[in-house]
Design a protein around this ligand. Sequence first.
Ligand code: GLN
Length: 477
Amino acid sequence: MSLHRLTARALLDLLKSGKTSAKEAYNAVIAHIKAVDPKVKAYVRLSSQKPDFNAKNQFAVPIGLKDNLCVKGEEVTCASRILKGLRSPYDATVVAKIKNSGGAIIGVLNMDEFAFGSSCETSCYGPTFNPWDLQCVPGGSSGGSAAAVAADEAPWALGSDTGGSIRQPAAFCGIVGLKPTYGRVSRYGLIAFASSLDQIGPLTKDVTDCALLMNIISGYDERDSTSVNTPVPDYTKALVNDVRGLKIGIPKQAFVQGLAPQVRQAVEESLNVLRKSGAVVKEVSLPHTPYAVAAYYIVATAEASSNLARFDGVRYGLRATPGAVRKNTLVDMYEETRSRGFGDEAKRRIMLGTYALSSGYYDAYYLRGQKARTLIKQDLDEAFKDCDVIITPTAPTVAFKVGEKLSDPLSMYLSDIYTIPANLAGIPAISVPCGFSDTGLPIGLQLMAKAFDEEMLLRVSYTYEQNTEWHLKKPRL
Ligand code: GLN
């Protein structure tokens, strides 16, 4: 039995039937990682301790975590030289919830440095490769999480999404990825990128697993003042194959220049599948979305430059050794630590953000970015008066080649054109597999819903999944 190939749901059923044990399942996943990860390079490290399988976790499903989630006693680095060697003194709330539910943490997955990127190439550990084509990127920044799930190196994984970092890699790797509503999942113990945008969410093999993992990680947490105290529904109840009468909005602005024809075609065919299942498809308008990428790169970099100010060589990770410091004053130590510790993209973001916030430029950049953000949110509020979900492609293209966009930040930034509005507006959005290019690379369909209406997303994507077979395809490694 190839236990590593199973969905979390299927594995859980086997465990409950007594046909396999949690230890056997865990070992099967580890053995598969040893076999394929030298090619995929999804993991940056395995957990330092193997879980001890006892009565409490006899139904433990293994899980992989992005390298920005804190696990007590384990190294956490955000794939950055500046944090190497840092060990977390506590568990992130999502990690505590996973542990309480009996989950077994396999290890830590690669990402773009501090989650800055769309390709997993800015990691200090080197890139992760797309399991469907090892010459291509897995997407980012949760590229390790997506590649691991697609390559059966984890039944499921957690990632974080600030501007698309769960959904875009899920699309590139042919799996399901959900960014929950801002406030639905506690970020306590997530190393912050942009605090008004960040969310933690599941990357899974299908929509059912997505609902199951949401049941585990969602909920109010007094340690995250932005988490919202509203009841968590049982998300598995939303898994119904029925979209009759639901209204699906397609933004006029969705079919932008730069959208690959094969992606467009796959999205249009998906709409037909939903129409046949009884949904009504109608056009909506989101007139301010063309400003989303620009607004995002002001707001996100401003917040990042302030969040990253704490990494100065004093409290965390790397400190430039005095011998290497020019004059050896405190400021020299800061400067040396930060110049050596941060990679190029992190430096670019810190400079952009600091500039946008600096006096004299604040009104011209940050304030205008925030105003554009409000208009984008209002467009979405307006559109949702008239429809239940909004559908777009997840990304304008399929996975690109390793190295192709690394020296062209602007074209890299444009791969988030469809995913960013949901972060700016704080609403939930999911990516589900919806086809393949003629080069055999997966295509993702993005669905967005009103704040706290994850159930609607799960219902529509479950219906879509029940009527298609894309999610059953596996890469050959
Ligand atoms: N690719 C986007 C960026 O580089 C989004 C990253 C993310 O969601 N963490 O900022």
